[in-house]
Ligand binder design. Structure first.
Ligand SMILES: Nc1ncnc2c1ncn2[C@@H]1O[C@H](COP(=O)(O)OP(=O)(O)OP(=O)(O)O)[C@@H](O)[C@H]1O
Length: 481
């Protein structure tokens, strides 16, 4: 029975790790059974074959190199083998020099991944997971999760792990600080894309330290997603705006403006073609008014904002009536453009609004838009400064959420949803420097509706000069509410 249970557990048995669990403190000596030598030899040979097969499967390049070298030495002798090797190294270096991107992709990153696998993860794996509490002891034998793969690039290590049967990714999320410290990383983020497997992301260098300049205007109008900045692997990050609603929360000076303006910038070519309409609500009168001419409709006072939201609801209902029974989703067109309602500091219209009637109207319109608008091409992009005030009542209306720097750790889950901070969304630890507002500004954790794991992204900084250039290029005659 014991053997059956143990065989069902995936993962390697822990050896050489001092166990601190009380149930293993007393070990009873088992009955000694004499095994015939031939059985022992067969078992060891079988283990050797399995080990070799696994090594070839996991490290095909290293094994091919080792096997090829051995074959060359046997066939040509070590001098000629050395000459062949020298020629190969020269050829590969010239190729990598001529095509550096391909060289990095096929040579440098795989070599780095292998090195990190051997030197950092494989070497420390069992002791770190044991101390972090991820090892299970079954009838006196310890089992550790399997370290399967390490993929490294310039910025992060992505470690694929086969969990033990019965474990789930929330357990890894809870232990992520210990894993990060154990492997010498500043952070560890946990995601699970298929049952039984978990991916641990350990950032090595921060791609997001430097300010990301405003993204170039898209060559072709794109409504579905917008290039808003850079992710932590140094790749452009595209935010979905059509078919969703997005909430952006961050403390004062966290850089909410750069997210709003990056979205506006990315949609301008489509707006120029009549496929998008940008409706702005700017109750603070300080942010969106700077690019007033870019918006099809603009409202500043709370009364105007309520009217604009109700106008959006009217468009939504008119479309819903037309689409009913004809189609189930919205395709942006000049007849029915995608309408993006952008709200800067939504709490001014809700939590801080003293006029009760107005507040009720605004909340009702917001709730209607966010619950029914996406299928008919009306989206809401709202920014919020203080997540404590109002977020719990409106947070759930937004499928996609972005947390910039927040003042307190508890606010992270308030914005992104339960468990987000455990999964590595450390929005309360995004750095800030009072003497340099650009430090950490625009850096955020994004949690999308269909992906529970947060992604760290820095929005491009759209400066005043960039906004002036946008106005010069894409002004529309803005309609009063
Ligand atoms: N993406 C960014 N990259 C670098 N610096 C940025 C970025 N976004 C903003 N900043 C810097 O941070 C400052 C504050 O940004 P911003 O006004 O957008 O913050 P905010 O979150 O909107 O603050 P508030 O809620 O007080 O309006 C800017 O003046 C700019 O210097």
């Amino acid at each position: 029975m014991a053997e059956f249970v143990l065989r069902k557990l995936p993962g390697a048995e822990v050896q050489g790790v001092v166990s601190t669990t009380p149930d293993t403190a007393v070990v009873f000596a088992p009955t000694v059974v004499k095994t015939p030598a031939i059985v022992v030899i067969v078992v060891w040979l079988w283990r050797l074959v399995v080990g070799l097969g696994r090594a070839v499967w996991r490290h095909p390049v290293v094994c091919a190199l080792a096997g090829g070298t051995a074959a060359l030495v046997v066939l040509l002798g070590w001098r000629d083998a050395l000459v062949v090797w020298g020629g190969l190294v020269c050829a590969v270096s010239s190729w990598a020099g001529l095509w550096p991107e391909a060289g990095m992709r096929w040579l440098v990153w795989p070599a780095l991944s292998w090195w990190r696998w051997v030197w950092v993860y494989r070497r420390k794996w069992r002791s770190v997971v044991a101390v972090a509490g991820l090892v299970r002891v079954v009838r006196g034998r310890g089992y550790a999760p399997d370290l399967v793969r390490v993929v490294s690039d310039r910025w992060v290590d992505r470690v694929t792990v086969r969990m033990l049967d019965g474990q789930d990714d929330t357990e890894y999320a809870e232990r992520s600080p210990g894993l990060a410290h154990g492997f010498g990383a500043v952070n560890c983020r946990v995601s699970s894309l298929r049952p039984g497997w978990v991916t641990l992301t350990f950032p090595r260098r921060d791609a997001l330290v430097r300010v990301v300049p405003a993204r170039p205007f898209p060559r072709r109008p794109d409504v579905a997603t917008v290039d808003v900045g850079m992710d932590e692997r140094g790749r452009p990050y595209r935010l979905k705006v059509h078919g969703t609603h997005v909430l952006i929360a961050g403390a004062t000076g966290a850089g909410k403006g750069s997210w709003l303006w990056s979205v506006v910038r990315g949609l301008l070519p489509a707006a120029g073609e009549g496929l998008v309409e940008l409706w702005a609500l700017d109750p603070k009168l300080m942010e969106l008014s700077f690019g007033l001419e870019l918006f099809d409709r603009y409202a500043g006072t709370p009364e105007d904002c309520a009217e604009l939201l109700e106008a959006a609801v009217a468009v939504m209902q008119e479309r819903a009536g037309r689409y009913a029974g004809v189609r189930r989703s919205h395709e942006p067109s000049t007849q029915d453009p995608f309408i993006l309602v952008i709200v800067d500091e939504v709490a001014f219209l809700t939590a801080y609004q003293r006029d009760r009637d107005l507040k009720v109207r605004i909340m009702a319109a917001l709730a209607t838009l966010t619950t029914q608008g996406r299928a008919v091409g009306v989206g809401v992009l709202a920014a919020l400064q203080d997540p404590r005030k109002d977020v719990l009542s409106i947070r759930n209306l937004f499928p996609d959420r972005i947390a910039l720097r927040l003042d307190e750790a508890e606010q992270v889950d308030m914005v992104l949803g339960d468990g987000a901070r455990d999964r590595g969304a450390l929005a309360d630890q995004i750095p800030r420097d009072p003497s340099d507002p650009s430090v950490g500004a625009g850096v955020a954790y994004v949690r999308l509706e269909n992906a529970p794991e947060p992604v760290r992204v820095r929005a491009a900084y759209v400066s005043d000069a960039d906004i002036r250039q946008m106005v010069l290029r894409y002004s529309v005659v803005s309609e009063a509410v």
